[in-house]
Ligand binder design. Structure first.
Ligand code: ADP
Length: 156
């Protein structure tokens, strides 16, 4: 059984993230989406809201599990019995960051990181852009996975 975690903040989980997980299912038997709880980051959506939105996206995909975590990513991987970390790469700007984390994780735990290049059409989508649109009351449904409803639109 090949199991990977897909860790991130997912504030919110976008169609770009969704595409990486769906493609990851071609490689892995099971993917655990880990919602990293970072106390120092100010979030728009609560962990519960993020979890609900991701659950809606994968309601008919039993090979995808969703779990919040507040420990080191490699410790989370070990807790859920995953040997791989799945990540997505949009631009060269992501590259150095992803490489340094992947190297550190492999040296500390032996856990390998598998990186998928984003599909072209999703390369510009980031949680930050989506959050900005939400704060100005814009409809963000086209940037979310199919079937996901936004709990509410927060005004700034
Ligand atoms: P983090 O805070 O750990 O960067 P994110 O929620 O921003 O978490 O992203 C999680 C993973 O998804 C990262 O590997 C990131 O590069 C990737 N990712 C983010 N947006 C996209 C996208 N539009 N297409 C593909 N991968 C993406």
């Amino acid at each position: 059984m090949k199991r990977a975690i897909f860790p991130g903040s997912f504030d919110p989980f976008t169609i770009g993230h969704y595409s990486i997980v769906m493609r990851g299912l071609e490689i892995f038997d099971e993917i655990v989406i880990g919602i990293g709880i970072n106390q120092t980051k100010r979030n728009l959506f609560s962990v519960k809201e993020r979890q609900n939105m991701i659950e809606q996206a994968f309601v008919s995909e039993p090979r995808v599990k969703i779990q919040p975590y507040n420990c080191l990513t490699i410790d989370f991987a070990q807790q859920v019995g995953a040997d791989f970390v799945l990540r997505g790469l949009r631009t060269v700007a992501d590259f150095e960051y992803e490489r340094s984390i992947a190297d550190a994780n492999r040296k500390l735990s032996g856990i390998e990181t598998v990186i998928l290049f984003t599909e072209d059409k999703y390369a510009f989508i980031s949680s930050t852009v989506v959050r900005d649109l939400v704060s100005f009351g814009k409809d963000i449904r086209q940037f979310l996975p199919p079937g996901v409803t936004v709990p509410y639109i927060k005004q700034s």
